[in-house]
Ligand binder design. Structure first.
Ligand SMILES: O=P(O)(O)OC[C@H]1O[C@H](OP(=O)(O)OP(=O)(O)O)[C@H](O)[C@@H]1O
Ligand SMILES: Nc1ncnc2[nH]cnc12
Length: 83
């Protein structure tokens, strides 16, 4: 997602209506992957209670975009530089 295009899919029945969802990934870089997950979960009728990741590259501002979409995001480590 960071440098091109990718597809994120979910099973139609993966999220029961009004489910409380915790969205977990290892890394937030541009935020594209997590935002695709947010959209899929919300379209499926789920409520995202919180999202979390081990590492956030703050220079890419993906975390900012996720939080701007009303998703409380917790990241364990933040690095200002994306390797
Ligand atoms: O915030 P983004 O810019 O979307 O990047 C974060 C995503 O990139 C990595 O996945 P990747 O697609 O590289 O596959 P991988 O998990 O198999 O390494 C990582 O696991 C996240 O899911
Ligand atoms: N900048 C990055 N470094 C390492 N893994 C990644 N996955 C997505 N973006 C990445």
């Amino acid at each position: 997602m960071e440098y091109g295009e990718a597809t994120v899919e979910i099973h139609k029945d993966a999220i029961k209506p009004a489910s409380r969802v915790l969205l977990v990934d290892d890394l937030v870089a541009t935020g594209g992957t997590m935002l695709a997950g947010v959209e899929l979960i919300r379209r499926s009728g789920g409520n995202i209670v919180e999202a979390c990741a081990v590492l956030e590259f703050t220079d890419l501002e993906g975390g900012k975009k996720i939080r701007a979409n009303n998703v409380p995001l917790f990241t364990l480590l933040q690095n200002d530089g994306s390797m």
